[in-house]
Write a protein that binds this ligand. Structure first.
Ligand code: PLP
Length: 432
């Protein structure tokens, strides 16, 4: 099948797998194996020399995981993907594939808290500097860059502000310089296709909507295959200079026989090999089950969230509702330009009663789960000021867009009347 011409609904069910050649099994098998028998010594030597692609050891690749990688690559219109053990591993490897000690990246400030920590503490401890800029100002990325800048990084729909990232503008600023834009698209699979707007790499926490069932932690890095690394040899030394960790291979050259996949090849062959955050085959299977229904789930998530945002916007006691459907001006333009598949299922709101009201609201919820997660089939809620953001000063809370009475909702797939009824009774219980 010519996969690129098929629709997402079809790719989600068919890309990367037809049937098991030996047994005829239709569902992707779980290849719960650590290692793979080589045909002979020549076969083994070819695999290690990268002249032939194939299975060596499950830390570096696995046939079940490969189906997941191919499926998400097809949905995004990319060239290749590497699945890893978590979204955190995905963002770390996405950067370490290009940047080493002494290098830097430029990142938007609006990030998931775990990514923010990685960028503020752990990557700098490894000698990789992260320069933060306001993602709403695309020109700020190029202004912050110098000749050691290896990548730009941003999130498509970062919470709590839920201001859609100007992907095309940031990508366009980096491309002439050979700086790829890495987009964390965790909150917007199928809603936004970052490669269509010039991003070079996509990162996912597959733990969220891609799985959807809340059973499995996973991450993925997708190589768009759309940046000519060899044309920017000075800018991207990791892909253009002999790599001593792999008998002096030059990745931009070595990948040529396999397509525009130099970046994905280095990520798998060096980062996954050496740092080892491999996805388990069982989790890959679970995530494939999620992908198969993703095109059905995302529109329902978005429809429910639209109704919730409209309800909260009119509800007494709610001082502000945050959702791209309520954005104005340039924010509205960006939401319409980039979120063509739907406006997402995260909704934020502020309660007049501040922290006490936020806590009372959460404690009164009956249907919503009170968890530090997003993208589950079930509706979820959290009060950041008393949980995820409780270590921040008042000033930092303000900078991240979290007020004392702010509540974040991840709207699930239940009937919208039931979701809204639960919100309504909890708001009443919180004095709103
Ligand atoms: N990126 C975003 C936008 C997230 O929301 C999360 C997790 O909440 C991550 C990355 C990290 O993913 P994981 O929890 O799978 O490591």
């Amino acid at each position: 099948m010519a996969e690129r011409t098929l629709h997402p609904e079809t790719l989600a069910l068919h890309a990367g797998w037809r049937a098991d050649p030996t047994t005829g099994a239709v569902a992707p098998p779980i290849y719960q194996t650590t290692s793979y028998q080589f045909r002979d010594t020549e076969h083994a030597a070819n695999l290690f020399a990268l002249s032939e692609m194939g299975n060596i050891y499950t830390r570096i690749g696995n046939p079940t995981t490969d189906i997941l990688e191919q499926r998400v690559t097809a949905l995004e219109g990319g060239a290749a993907a590497v699945a890893v053990a978590s979204g955190q591993a995905a963002s770390a490897y996405a950067i370490q594939t290009l940047a080493r000690a002494g290098d830097n990246i430029v990142s938007g400030t609006d990030l998931y808290g775990g990514t923010y920590n990685l960028f503020t503490n752990t990557l700098p401890d490894m000698g990789i500097e992260v320069r933060f800029v306001d993602p709403a100002d695309p020109d700020a990325f190029a202004r912050a860059a110098d000749d050691k800048t290896r990548a730009f990084y941003a999130e498509t729909l970062p919470n709590p502000k839920l201001a859609v990232c100007p992907i095309g503008e940031i990508a366009a600023a980096g491309r002439p310089l050979g700086i790829p834009l890495i987009m964390d698209n965790t909150a917007a699979p199928l809603l936004c296709r970052p490669f269509d707007h010039g991003a070079a790499i996509i990162v996912y926490s597959t733990t969220k909507y891609i799985g959807g069932h809340g059973t499995s932690i996973g991450g993925m890095v997708i190589d768009g295959g759309n940046l000519d690394w060899a044309a920017h040899a000075e800018r991207q030394p990791m892909l253009n200079r002999p790599d001593p960790s792999y008998h002096g291979v030059v990745w931009a050259e070595a990948a040529k026989a396999h397509g525009p996949v130099a970046y994905a090849l280095r990520l798998r062959t060096v980062l996954l090999r050496d740092l080892g955050a491999a996805l388990s085959p069982l989790s890959a299977f679970q995530l494939i089950q999620g992908v198969e229904t993703l095109p059905l789930r995302m529109p329902r998530h978005c429809d429910n969230a639209l109704k919730v945002a409209a309800f909260l916007n009119e509800r007494s006691g709610v001082t502000r509702t945050i959702h791209p459907s309520l954005a104005t001006g340039v924010q509205k333009d960006r939401a319409q330009k980039y979120m063509t598949g739907g406006l997402g299922a995260l909704v934020g709101f502020e309660l007049a009663g501040g922290e006490a009201a936020g806590r009372a609201f959460i404690d009164a919820l009956q249907l919503f789960y009170h968890v530090a997660n997003i993208g589950d089939a079930r509706s979820l809620a959290i009060h950041p000021a008393s949980t995820t953001h409780s270590q921040l000063s008042l000033k930092d809370l303000e900078l991240t867009g979290v007020s004392a009475g702010y509540v974040r909702l991840s709207i699930g797939l239940e009937h919208s009347d039931d979701i809204i009824a639960d919100l309504d009774q909890a708001l009443t219980a919180a004095g709103a």
